[in-house]
Design a protein around this ligand. Structure first.
Ligand SMILES: [Zn+2]
Length: 227
C-alpha cells in the first residue's frame, strides 16, 4: 500500500515536470507553429514499398526524401504532370517580373542519371565534398519528379539575390517550397540551394509561413547519411 502511494506521488511529480517543459516550449512558438505542432501528431512517416511518405493536412500523400529516407532504385515515376504545370506557371510569372529565368530547367532524374552525376562529382571533388552538394543515387529529390532546379538565361543554376528572394516569398503561391535554405543545412543535410524547389501542393503555403524545413514541419529525421 505504502509503495503504491509513493509510486503515485512520483508519477505526479514527473507529470508536473513534463507539463512545465511543455508550457515553456509553447511560449516560444508563434500561433502558426503551434497549429503545426497539433497536426504533426497525425503525420506518421510510412515506408510505401519504394519511398517514404507522410500524410498532409488534407489527407494527401507527401513524399519525403532526404539522407535518412532514400527511394528504391526502381522508383521511376517520371515528371509529375501537376508539378510540371505549376512549375511552368511559376517560370512564366518570374519572367513577367523581369527575372532572367530560362525555359530550360533540371527536373526529373532517374536513379541511373543521378548515379552517373554523383560518380562524376566524386571523381572531381572526392566523396566527402560531393556529399555536401550532390545526392547519392536513391537519395535525390529529383527522382520523385517533384523537384526542379531553376536555370538563369546564362545557363547557370539560379543564384541571383532578388530572384532568390522572390522565390522564397512566392514559390508557395504555385505549390512549391525552397527546399534547402541556409539556416537549415543541419536538418536538411545539404548546403543551401537557392535554385532548388520542391512541389508540395496546397500545404506549401503553410510550410513556407512556418519558417520550418520540410523535416521539421513533419517531424521526420533528417541530417546526414547513416554511414
Ligand atoms: Zn535540385
Amino acid at each position: 500500500m505504502k509503495g503504491k502511494k509513493w509510486l503515485a506521488l512520483a508519477c505526479m511529480a514527473l507529470a508536473l515536470v513534463a507539463c512545465g517543459q511543455k508550457a515553456q516550449k509553447k511560449a516560444t512558438e508563434n500561433p502558426e507553429q503551434q497549429s503545426v505542432r497539433k497536426e504533426q501528431k497525425a503525420n506518421k512517416l510510412r515506408y510505401q514499398g519504394s519511398y517514404y511518405s507522410v500524410q498532409g493536412a488534407d489527407g494527401q500523400e507527401i513524399i519525403i526524401v532526404n539522407k535518412k529516407h532514400p527511394l528504391a532504385a526502381n522508383y521511376a515515376p517520371g515528371e509529375d504532370p501537376e508539378a510540371q504545370s505549376a512549375f511552368r506557371q511559376l517560370v512564366t510569372a518570374m519572367q513577367e517580373e523581369g527575372f532572367p529565368i530560362s525555359d530550360h530547367y533540371s527536373g526529373y532524374r532517374s536513379y541511373e542519371n543521378q548515379s552517373q552525376l554523383y560518380q562524376n562529382y566524386v571523381a572531381q571533388d572526392g566523396q566527402a565534398e560531393a556529399d555536401r552538394y550532390s545526392a547519392r543515387p536513391g537519395y535525390s529529390e529529383h527522382q520523385t519528379g517533384l523537384a526542379y532546379d531553376l536555370i538563369d538565361t546564362a545557363g547557370n543554376l539560379l543564384t541571383e539575390a532578388k530572384a532568390s528572394q522572390w522565390l522564397r516569398e512566392h514559390a508557395a503561391d504555385y505549390g512549391f517550397i525552397v527546399r534547402y535554405t541556409e539556416d537549415k543545412e543541419e536538418i536538411t543535410g545539404y548546403t543551401a540551394e537557392s535554385w532548388h524547389i520542391r512541389y508540395i501542393g496546397s500545404e506549401a503555403q503553410k510550410i513556407a509561413k512556418s519558417g520550418l524545413s520540410l523535416e521539421e514541419y513533419f517531424e521526420v529525421p533528417g541530417g546526414d547519411y547513416e554511414d
